[in-house]
Design a protein around this ligand. Structure first.
Ligand SMILES: [Zn+2]
Length: 237
């Protein structure tokens, strides 16, 4: 019942979102039936935020090998080209790659974005915590992250969002807007790394599934708003 109520709330903000279970069935089916991909020989990588709340969303793809974890705070693929190369070398013989990526955002049952009730906590907390922290800092137009080793990922995340600052602040829903901006940052980096590392891949196909993970509550599946599904032929890029 709660799943159904959440589905209605989620769809007010993300009309095309599907629950995580349906997402995995839908896209694995497309890979198999429309692209003749042998699912039993697919290695998965994820580029999602380190947050523990995202783990169940990735386990729906458990039929695949992996995951190779590329994402750090916000879901940015901090492993870079070296990580993409390592992943590319690990693909099974006669197999292919699958990369699931994107930022995440919490939602409460009354539709507040950027918040969620975490397991055994009475008060709602931020989700994504890294993005909501970045948002609070970007409210100051003069804010500039200062790079340092002890908070590297957060500073780089904020730096990559600076070009989107005005758009985020002008939005009716800055929590949603900063999440959408982060999706664009991750999507660009994943495409860039696949391209620069294309000669490293074992096999010639890479399937990308990118979008926004929408976190609900304990016991309710997360939802996923897919923004990009593509099967890249590495020989043609
Ligand atoms: Zn997060």
């Amino acid at each position: 019942m709660l799943q159904k109520k959440f589905a209605e709330t989620v769809k007010e903000h993300y009309p095309n979102a599907m629950d995580a279970k349906d997402t995995s069935i839908h896209y694995l089916g497309k890979m198999q039936h429309e692209h003749a991909i042998n699912i039993s020989h697919v290695l998965m990588a994820t580029s999602v935020c380190s947050d523990d709340i995202n783990v169940p969303s990735t386990t729906f793809f458990n039929v695949l090998f992996g995951p190779f974890i590329m994402g750090g705070l916000g879901g940015i693929p901090f492993v870079g080209q070296t990580g993409m190369t390592a992943f590319a070398h690990h693909i099974p013989d006669n197999g292919s790659a699958f990369i699931f990526y994107g930022p995440h955002i919490g939602i409460t049952l009354d539709g507040e974005l950027g918040k969620m009730y975490r397991p055994r906590q009475d008060k709602p907390g931020n989700s994504c915590g890294a993005l909501m922290l970045a948002l609070s800092r970007l409210e100051d137009a003069d804010y500039r992250p200062i790079m340092h080793d002890d908070d590297y990922q957060q500073m780089k995340l904020e730096e990559s969002l600076l070009p989107y600052r005005d758009k985020i602040m002008a939005s009716d829903n800055p929590q949603k807007a900063i999440t959408d901006a982060t999706y664009e940052v991750i999507d660009q980096k994943i495409h860039e790394y696949v391209k620069t590392c294309k000669d490293e891949f074992h096999g010639d196909k890479v399937t990308l599934l990118g979008g926004v993970i929408i976190n609900t509550e304990y016991g309710v599946d997360d939802f996923f708003d897919a923004r990009n599904f593509e099967v890249i032929d590495l020989k043609s890029i």
